[in-house]
Design a protein around this ligand. Structure first.
Ligand SMILES: *Cc1c(COP(=O)(O)O)cnc(C)c1O
Length: 388
């Protein structure tokens, strides 16, 4: 993947440069080299409507949030970025902007549990129907498309099974039917994968994960290729009001500055963990897109710069899976992912418990790792001891 994006007429800038500088010029008033936390709700007007910096009320816009939104747009190579209070708030704003009651959406048959719940318990009662489909199978997606399908919702790699979808192929299927393609890019981050470059219309993020990167803030984002859709989303962001606060925006932006170096280490450590698990007798199957026998390996190699920091594996039984989760010392038992510290969890009983009994139910013998950036040998030893 070529990470060069034009920022102005003269200079082309690579990913890490954009992550550190886009939207983050030194503060014109003080010279502060990082954007300050503008912890403020309203702004003095010089006569009615006389706005000094274009700001009137912080639900509509706030300078710290603007800095984050400009940076998000640049690192995802989009026309407009919008920052929300959480990943699910961003998803809700997208659904209500592009869908109306009577419309239809296609979601991954192993979507993030909260996304499934949002469609099943909030969007469907509002009148938007949906079908889960295996997004790695383009023909299966085409088969469930309907005239009312407005949106194909992809996640790649998926949570927690790490299935891959071919973004360029899905964009073709969606666009042939007059629908939009949205890609939840939370697992890859724009450092590893840029869906808009591959033909997607909208990128969705839980910035809580790799973008923030330090397990200290909840946030969400949308980035769109088309400025007009960006305007409509910005209208809903203000009208519905689930915006990122100034301190949350500042923390997220601070995380993004180191996204590139963090992702390199997440990928390197995850590759070592996946290799060790593959050799271990107690492990039945390892799910990691970097493994050559992973069904999505070729697509991952084509559309990602690295294979990511998430590794899932199946044990011989549910009891064995639960035991590993409760025995690691360095891998902390907890939900969420994408922070510098390693986490372990049992999706069936934790993150994906809400999918029990649905088509999205996950195998009970599954363990999910968010491999952090600690010393790799320490991580391997911790897992080996827990596996017994
Ligand atoms: C966590 C997560 C979300 C939801 O984001 P929140 O910030 O928790 O609201 C959406 N998609 C994926 C893939 C996630 O991992």
């Amino acid at each position: 993947m070529d990470s060069l994006v034009p920022m102005d007429n003269e200079v082309h800038r690579g990913f890490e440069t954009l992550a550190i500088h886009a939207g983050q010029e030194p503060d014109p008033a003080t010279g502060a080299v990082v954007p300050p936390i503008y912890q403020v709700s309203t702004y003095k007007q010089d006569g009615i409507g006389g706005l000094r910096g274009g700001y009137e009320y912080s639900r509509s816009a706030n300078p710290t949030r603007t800095a984050l939104e400009v940076c998000l747009a640049e690192i995802e190579a989009g026309a407009r970025g919008l920052a929300f209070a959480s990943g699910l708030a961003a998803e809700d704003a997208l659904i209500r902007t592009v869908c109306r009651p009577g419309d239809h959406v296609i979601i991954p048959n192993d979507a993030y549990g909260g996304t499934y719940r949002l469609f099943a318990k909030v969007a469907e009662p509002w009148g938007v129907t949906f079908d889960p489909a295996p997004l790695g199978d383009v023909a299966a997606v085409r088969a469930v498309m309907r005239p009312e399908t407005k949106l194909v919702w992809a996640e790649t790699p998926t949570n927690p099974l790490l299935a891959l979808a071919d973004i360029a192929a899905l964009a073709g299927v969606a666009h042939d039917a007059g629908a939009l393609l949205a890609v939840d890019n939370t697992f890859a981050s724009p450092y590893l994968q840029r869906p808009l470059d591959l033909g997607a219309d909208v990128v969705v993020h839980s910035t809580t994960k790799y973008m923030g990167g330090h397990s200290d803030v909840i946030g969400g984002a949308l980035v769109v290729a088309d400025a007009e859709l960006g305007e409509r989303l910005a209208f809903h962001q203000n009208a519905m009001g689930a915006v990122a606060g100034p301190f949350d925006a500042w923390l997220t932006l601070r995380g993004i500055r180191t996204l590139g170096v963090r992702m390199d280490r997440h990928c390197a450590n995850a590759e070592k963990v996946a290799a060790m698990l593959t050799r271990h007798d107690a492990v039945r199957q390892v799910l990691y897109p970097g493994l050559p026998d992973h069904p999505g390996h070729e697509i991952a190699a084509k559309q990602m710069r690295g294979f990511g920091g998430m590794v899932s594996f199946r044990m011989e039984s549910e009891e064995a899976a639960v035991r590993v989760c409760e025995r690691t010392k360095l891998f902390t038992l907890g939900e969420s992912l994408g922070g510098v510290e390693s986490l372990i969890e049992h999706p069936g009983r934790m993150t994906h418990a809400s999918a029990a009994g649905s088509p999205l139910e996950v195998p009970p013998d599954l363990v999910r790792l968010s491999v952090g950036i600690e010393d790799a040998d320490d991580l391997l030893r911790d897992l080996e001891l827990a596996l017994g």
